[in-house]
Design a protein around this ligand. Structure first.
Ligand code: WT7
Length: 657
């Protein structure tokens, strides 16, 4: 084995997939966006985006679509002025849609629900904007939002946008330390929080984490607290203010001011693999243009759709596809407070049934956990209202895609696998449901107006059938503008790898299949080198997941005396399957058959759970530590820290074949 010559390939293309799903005829005939959009955008990209920007309401029209005079500091729609909250709320009321439900809010305790129309939203956002102003928040000041999934979280975001105060939403699952470092980094003047929220059937406190964070930083002047659970809270009379005191009594009249297209809308922190979190800055005009255009085109949004995105507003998905994109489009959507399995495993599907959800957007990690439970749970509910399903956050394994389409979508629904990042602000690579014949596992191709490619080490486009680095080769409207307070880090992190070509490098590996369609293969940091072959984790994981006993798999490369690195796999089995006595060997043979001997795992461990970040991404770095029998590294971003103990304990007894 060790004698094999290393190849110069950037990333091997291992899996073949022949299944195709054509768009349903009716959907295709009536689609918001048809195939001609690609040509239209290719012939004049700026005109294409100008037309998309015209879907918004501007106070002052822009002078220039794209200012590319100082790359990579691009500006979009310069000279234009608009208000994001006006676009998401007021204009729908002015257009006669005041009585349309904007949010069907579903609390975790059953029967705890609230519907807000666009008129309600306008009233609440205006009051909150007035209240924030009365607390001293001025245009340009930063406001942190640390909240459960309750309507006030959305209202607070829009109130900030309305007064031009960039918000930074910190996921409610983050610790006091993480919160404090984000408050500090963006110098937040006010924090909006709540006493708590409901998680798995009981109230979970939030305010104590804010109290603790405030002992570590003194930038914050006021804390605005929503009463959600009614649980006891410590109270600091100097800083703390109840939402129901200041917002409820505030005036319902608030005139939104128009801000520059490049006015900062929000900062979203994203943890890099190393170093302190990066505050990704998004601005107003270009961001809102692409978030709303992609939401309308990729989900083929119609006026009577009921949309549900299961993300938390603490992630970028919640910003672009709960708040800004959907509300700019005047959608009716579900907002759910709790966990998928509370009070029972069918809770999500019950919500789909009750609200007749037609467009559903979730993450592969959730889909795989439902696969693990089996089809009986969703089978109890009528989900015939669903017409489009979306996926985001990780590569979706072909088998998970097919399961999603079949079990959740009843084989009627196209699945759109949408690739994008916190940094890209909105979807970049995705099928269009009325145009694209979907392939399970592929994000297919760059959306109209987006230029993406797969390139080799030198930045040259790889031929079809090969793998490489995923790059974006032209600026796009919703791109990040910088890292908050650190322009050098922005240039360095995203624009230095292919500097000569001027490409944005996203950190992901990908391949182009023989038709030229794009398959995202995960982070290049996770790539393994086995006997000189560069293998992505994704394809081997997908081969494992295609075995009927497997629900989820994570693969890492561990140092190996013969092959440089060897494949080590961690596998979660589906519930109730008869795994047989030789499951490890069966799985290993299965990978050999699906991909070839090169990808055959050196060892396979059956585990009850995998280490994941709070947003559901597998932390392969920790599994590498286990595979190489090292002390486990930094686990602070792990959602459940007990998992690593379980896995390491199991490792000691695993038999390597
Ligand atoms: C990273 C970005 C996008 C919003 C939520 C996550 C991975 C995301 C896909 C997809 C394959 C995907 C990439 C990307 N990713 N979507 N459809 N197929 N990989 O935002 O936390 O900034 O993560 O998630 O690795 O770079 P994020």
């Amino acid at each position: 084995m060790s004698e094999e010559t290393p190849t110069s390939e950037t990333l091997a293309n291992l899996l073949k997939e022949n299944r195709r799903f054509e768009p349903p005829a009716e959907l295709a005939a009536d689609a918001n966006v048809k195939a001609d959009a690609y040509d239209e955008a290719a012939s004049d990209r700026e005109a294409f985006w100008a037309k998309a920007a015209d879907r918004l309401t501007w106070d002052t029209k822009w002078d220039k679509v794209l200012d590319d005079s100082k790359p990579p500091f691009f500006k979009w729609f310069t000279g234009g002025k608009l208000n994001a909250a006006y676009n998401c709320v007021d204009r729908h009321v002015e257009n006669g849609k005041g009585d349309k439900v904007a949010i069907h809010w579903v609390g975790e305790p059953e029967d705890d629900t609230r519907d807000l129309t666009y008129a309600d939203l306008k009233r609440e956002v205006s009051k909150a904007a007035n209240a924030l102003a009365s607390l001293g928040v001025a245009t340009g000041d930063r406001v942190a939002i640390y909240m459960p999934m309750i309507p006030e979280a959305v209202i607070a975001m829009l109130a900030c946008a309305r007064i031009g105060a960039p918000h930074t939403v910190v996921f409610g699952g983050f610790s006091a330390d993480s919160l404090a470092s984000r408050l500090d980094d963006c110098n937040a003047k006010v924090v909006v929080t709540s006493d708590g929220g409901y998680r798995r059937g009981s109230p979970a406190a939030l305010k104590p984490a804010v109290d603790e964070a405030l002992t570590k930083t003194d930038v914050v002047e006021k804390v605005l607290v929503v009463r959600r659970t009614g649980q006891d809270v410590e109270w600091n009379d100097d800083k703390d203010v109840w939402w129901h005191d200041v917002v409820d009594s505030a005036s319902e009249d608030h005139t939104p001011e128009a801000f520059d297209a490049e006015h900062p809308l929000y900062v979203m922190y994203t943890s890099g693999t190393t170093g302190k979190p990066k505050g990704i800055l998004h601005t107003t005009g270009g961001y809102l243009t692409q978030a709303s255009y992609t939401h309308w085109s990729v989900f083929d949004l119609k006026d009577d759709d009921v949309y549900w995105c299961t993300a938390d507003i603490g992630w970028v998905t919640g910003h672009s596809y709960i708040v800004y994109g959907p509300l700019a489009n005047g959608v009716t959507q579900v907002l759910y407070e709790g966990t998928p399995d509370s009070p029972e495993r069918g809770r999500w599907w019950k919500i789909v049934q009750e609200h007749k959800v037609s467009i559903f957007y979730t993450a592969p990690t959730a889909i795989r956990s439902f696969m693990k439970q089996g089809p009986d749970v969703p089978g109890r509910f009528d989900m015939s209202s669903l017409r489009i399903l979306g996926s985001v956050g990780e590569p979706i394994n072909p088998e998970a895609y097919v399961w999603y389409r079949h079990v959740i979508g009843g084989d009627r629904t196209p699945v759109v696998d949408t690739w994008w990042q916190t940094e890209t602000g909105a979807m970049m690579i995705s099928p269009l449901p009325g145009v694209t014949a979907g392939k399970p596992g592929s994000a297919m191709k760059a959306l109209p107006g987006i230029d993406a490619d797969v390139v080799d080490d030198e930045g040259n486009s790889v031929p079809n059938g090969s793998g490489g680095y995923l790059v974006v080769s032209s600026p796009w409207p919703s791109m990040l503008r910088t890292i908050w307070g650190d322009d050098d880090r922005y240039v360095d992190t995203y624009w230095s790898r292919f500097k000569a070509k001027g490409f944005y490098f996203a950190g992901d590996g990908a391949k182009k299949d023989t038709d030229g369609d794009i398959w995202v293969l995960g982070r290049v940091d996770d790539v393994m080198n086995v006997s000189g072959h560069r293998l992505s984790t994704t394809e081997i994981e997908s081969a494992l997941v295609s075995h009927p006993c497997v629900a989820e798999a994570a693969v890492v490369g561990a140092t190996d005396a013969d092959t440089g690195q060897a494949v080590v796999a961690y596998v979660i089995l589906r519930e109730g399957v008869d795994q047989g006595e030789h499951i490890e060997k069966d799985l290993s043979d299965h990978v050999r058959k699906e991909i070839g001997p090169i990808a055959k795992p050196r060892s396979i461990m059956i585990v009850p759970e995998l280490p994941k970040t709070r947003s559901g991404k597998i932390m392969r770095r920790l599994l590498r530590d286990v595979a190489e029998k090292r002390d486990i590294g930094d686990t602070t971003t792990l959602a459940d820290s007990s998992i690593m103990e379980l896995i390491s304990a199991g490792q000691a007894t695993s038999t390597e074949d």
